[in-house]
Write a protein that binds this ligand. Structure first.
Ligand code: URA
Ligand code: CA
Length: 433
């Protein structure tokens, strides 16, 4: 087999066979096929697309390029959730204990990563003592006995994706549905769960700016999952404004606790129920999505979800008293209000820019080496569609520096007040096959 022939084949819009896709990914991972040939192929895929079979093959070739996580020691149907990335997205912190409270095993492997705020692990580390440096055996035992545990990412998972994603980044081939879908799904499949629920974001703060693109990506990922034997469903949700009110690590932990108590922001609660019901359904704990949602509401109401969160925090060395006393979470030295300059209705809160403002305060990592300040961030006091009077606070800045003019300026530039506006629809669509 020669790589040049395979590039030509795809360039001419033909289908690549399973063995051909395996040859490419294997050769690329080993370094036998050079970057320039894979770039040409990625560009051909960008223009000519891949069918469902090719997408599934590409995904599995990347899964098989490295280690995979073996969760077979954990009893029950393991369901994982993945979000394509948003701003102030606190859903994992809520969903993990919420679903575990229904006896569904949550075996979460998580990373830190770059972004506006830290990843799930960073957020949890806002709780004093909480740690994810546990052995595989401890992880398995915790999930079997308590239905929930989080472990830090280890091992060489999907090295082919790592290499290909970096190459796409510098060859203008990131925005390709078959390449994005196989990239995301390969990592999820290698992580070992039996079923996958996807939260595909759309809007200013999202990777997919339009609902149409988000829908195409969701269908592509659901199809890959189901074609390779992992039951997969997706929710398409709005990310034109940040989710909930809190953007920042401690602030989001508190917001997650409020949500588990049934007092969270309405949009965060709605999305957690939309994703959670798919998880419960795929885990086989309900015979319909409606029944699944009822069960979730019940464990919020009767306090079992909150108890599960405390149990989870305690098991991993954390101080669970923060649940009843969130004031014990790291707090910033300065609280600075950002008042509205005019009367009206909030019409726009540009999610990614507001996220960047939180990062400027130190809530997220700009580079792998950056240190996160767990205490800082932003609390939105208004969301799109809310009435506001001049002088009323739009946002409260939680900072550990006194001078925050840069952040204030970014906030004003990215919150628009108009005469009229309506709250956006949060759940645009659900994709079940
Ligand atoms: N996220 C990924 O993991 N891969 C992509 O290709 C795009 C976004
Ligand atoms: Ca939030």
């Amino acid at each position: 087999m020669r790589m040049v022939d395979l590039i030509e084949k795809k360039r001419d819009g033909k289908e690549l066979a399973t063995e051909e896709i395996n040859f490419i990914i294997d050769g690329y991972t080993k370094g036998d096929i050079p970057d320039y040939q894979v770039s040409a192929l990625a560009m051909a895929i960008f223009f000519k697309d891949m069918n469902d079979r090719e997408r599934a093959d590409l995904t599995m070739a990347m899964v098989n390029s490295g280690e995979t996580i073996d969760l077979s020691g954990i009893e029950g149907v393991k369901v994982d959730k993945h979000s394509t990335g948003g701003v102030g997205d606190t859903t994992t912190l809520v969903l993990a204990p919420l679903v575990a409270a229904l006896d569904i095993p949550v075996a979460k492997m998580s990373g830190r990563g770059l972004g506006h705020t830290g990843g799930t692990i960073d957020k949890l580390e806002a709780i004093s003592g909480f740690h994810v440096e546990i052995t595989k055996e401890e992880f398995t035992n915790l999930v079997n006995n308590h239905k929930i545990a989080v472990i830090g990412q280890t091992g060489n998972i999907t090295p082919a994706d790592k290499k290909l994603y970096a190459l796409r980044d510098v060859t203008a081939t990131v925005d390709s549905i078959p390449l994005i879908a196989s990239s995301i799904m390969s990592k999820k499949i290698a992580a070992g769960s039996d079923a996958i629920v996807l939260d595909v974001k759309t809007g200013a703060g999202a990777f997919m700016k339009t609902a149409e693109d988000a829908k195409a990506l969701a269908h592509a990922m659901v199809s890959i999952g189901n074609n390779v034997g992992r039951r997969t469903m997706a929710v398409i949700s709005d990310m034109s404004q940040p989710l909930g009110y809190a953007i920042g690590n401690s602030l989001e932990v508190k917001e997650a606790i409020d949500t588990l108590k049934g007092n969270g922001p309405k949009d965060l609660e709605e999305l957690c129920l939309a994703l959670g019901r798919q998880m419960v359904y795929l885990a086989g704990k309900a015979s319909s999505l409606e029944e699944a949602e009822e069960k979730l509401k019940e464990v919020i109401k009767n306090g079992k979800a909150l108890e599960k969160f405390k149990e989870f925090v305690t098991n991993q060395g954390g101080d669970a008293s923060i649940v009843d006393d969130p004031e014990k979470l790291p707090r910033a030295d300065y609280l600075i209000e950002v008042p509205a300059k005019s009367d009206g209705v909030v019409a726009e809160i540009v999610a990614d820019e507001i996220g960047t403002a939180a990062m400027l305060l130190g809530a997220g990592r700009a580079t792998k080496e950056s240190e996160i300040d767990l205490a800082v961030g932003l609390m939105l006091n208004k969301k799109i569609g809310d009435q506001v009077k001049a002088g009323e606070s739009l946002v409260t800045i939680h900072a550990n520096r006194e001078q925050v003019d840069d952040v204030i300026e970014m906030i004003y530039a990215n919150i628009r007040i108009a005469d009229q506006a309506e709250a956006p629809v949060l759940v645009h669509d659900i994709v079940t096959e």
